[in-house]
Design a protein around this ligand. Structure first.
Ligand code: ATP
Length: 465
């Protein structure tokens, strides 16, 4: 076996290897005294290796922080350093040998100012693009739906819609409850659009999709230099963006307890404190929250603050699942078909009676979102202009013609449709995998031997968080 050892490599080779792998390099001891510097660096600085060696690094390199890194042991990556009239990008690493901090290694990237300018130009155009999308996003902070977009005439749905319309004009907090895909976000948009705040922003935020450590700065913003990687000049939080308008906190049941306390304080004091800031800023925001979880049970289990629950639950609106709105299915489906027609450049698409019957039989665990996905699939595979059972996904096509509600067999035991049994089994398998994986979704997907995307999709359909 051939063993490769670094001390088999001649020392002059090592130096050449260093020169080839990094353009400019400097090494200091713990006191910031230069122990090594290569010729390329010296040439750029207008000095020689002989003149630079053994001198304090700050006397040789303009604006260096190598002497600081060699003392603190804190790496500084991609720091912009002004040297010889050029902005260079420097990396400074502490040199730790056998667990002891012995000095620091610094490198400067970009061969010459021209190369830097090339990168600068590229980055500049990306920054411009980013600015454009940011302004566009701010402009887009308006409600996109109104009550006329909420289709349905079934009794419980109409009651929910009428209540939402009635309370939209005042400023009270609204709590929207309903399974995933029932239209909670659509309700929130409509309430804002019908309120006196409609000229001001509508800011939706999904509490479950933001990592816990970022939630506070996303909601309340941060001050300049609040943490490593923080944007220069700070950043406005969603509460500030929503000032005078409405903030929609979706999946509020997923908000960590520590954040719940902070949110409660904001609702009580009507002011926010950006991360890293000393001052409080007044905000005037109407709050709409939504969840598919049972918040009352979460309060009992100590997972949701009771005082916050009372603050949010001033007006509770419960949106019924699609399986309890069988009479609305045809109208909603046709409305979705009309929207999809435009997207897919089709005309006068219809649903066959058989398809409507199958739709009314299905239990729609993913509610209107699932119906939307099914119809999009149908339009994609459609040959003529009528959607028939053969265009449906298999799980809908193969439904038993028996009514969806649990049937009773002669022995008197309840028999559920196979798809419901399968759905229930899937849901339970996902929940056990999640608990076996300690809540880690990636690991849970691995345990089930399914892809991450499919796992997330199933969690969404079965409202598992
Ligand atoms: N009454 C309705 N009429 C027509 N389309 C609807 C209706 N309710 C919901 N939709 C459509 O169904 C989809 C899901 O709605 P929405 O995102 O509001 O549900 P949600 O309850 O907020 O879901 P989640 O809890 O998963 O965030 C959206 O595309 C929406 O346009």
């Amino acid at each position: 076996m051939v063993s490769a050892r670094i001390d088999d490599i001649p020392i002059n080779w090592l130096e050449e290897i260093l020169n080839l792998s990094v353009e400019r390099i400097v090494v200091t001891d713990r006191d910031g005294i230069i122990l090594y510097i290569n010729e390329a660096y010296c040439e750029f600085l207008g000095t020689t290796v002989e003149q630079a060696m053994r001198r304090p690094v700050q006397e040789v390199i303009e604006n260096t922080r190598m002497h600081i890194v060699s003392r603190t042991g804190q790496a500084e990556i991609a720091a912009v350093q002004h040297i010889n009239g050029s902005e260079m990008v420097a990396n400074r690493f502490p040199l730790i040998v056998s667990g002891e901090l012995v000095g620091a290694v610094g490198t400067v990237i970009f061969k010459n100012p021209e190369e830097l300018h090339l990168y600068k130009r590229k980055i500049q155009s990306l920054v411009e693009e980013l600015k454009y999308y940011k302004t566009r996003e701010e402009k887009e902070l308006t409600s996109k739906y109104s009550f006329s977009d909420l289709i349905g005439t079934s009794r419980h749905f109409v009651e929910a819609k009428e209540l939402a319309e009635r309370i939209s004009v005042n400023h009270s907090a609204v709590l929207l409850l309903g399974e995933s895909g029932t239209g909670k976000e659509l309700f929130a948009h409509s309430i804002h659009a019908n309120s006196l705040r409609s000229a001001y922003p509508f800011v939706p935020i999904n509490c479950a999709s933001i990592p816990e450590h970022l939630l506070e700065s996303e909601l309340f913003g941060y001050e300049d230099g609040a943490f490593t990687g923080a944007k220069k000049g700070g950043k406005k939080g969603h509460f500030q963006l929503a000032n005078k308008g409405t903030i929609f906190l979706d999946e509020i049941g997923d908000m960590p307890l520590a954040m719940q306390s902070k949110l409660l304080r904001v609702l009580q004091d009507k002011e926010i404190q950006p991360v890293g800031g000393q001052k409080s800023l007044p905000v005037d925001v109407r709050i709409i929250t939504a969840t598919h979880r049972n918040l009352e049970k979460m309060v009992e289990a100590g997972e949701f603050r009771q005082d916050l629950y009372y603050r949010l639950n001033v007006i509770k609106i419960e949106i019924p699942p699609l399986r309890y709105r069988k009479d609305d299915i045809e109208q909603i489906a046709m409305n979705l078909v009309r929207k999809l027609e435009k997207r897919f450049h089709k005309k006068s698409v219809e649903l066959s009676r058989e398809v409507i019957r199958l739709f009314q039989q299905h239990s729609w665990p993913g509610n209107i979102r699932e119906l939307e996905n099914v119809l999009e699939r149908c339009i994609n595979v459609l040959d003529g202009s009528v959607i028939k059972p053969n265009h449906l996904p298999l799980y809908l096509r193969d439904q038993d013609a028996a009514p969806n509600d649990a049937a009773t067999n002669p022995a008197g035991t309840k028999v559920l449709p196979l798809k419901e049994i399968i759905a229930e089994a899937e849901k339970q398998a996902i929940q056990s995998a999640l608990s076996a994986a300690g809540g880690n979704r990636q690991q849970a997907a691995k345990l089930l031997d399914i892809g991450k995307t499919s796992f997330y999709e199933k969690c969404r359909i079965y409202s598992i968080n």
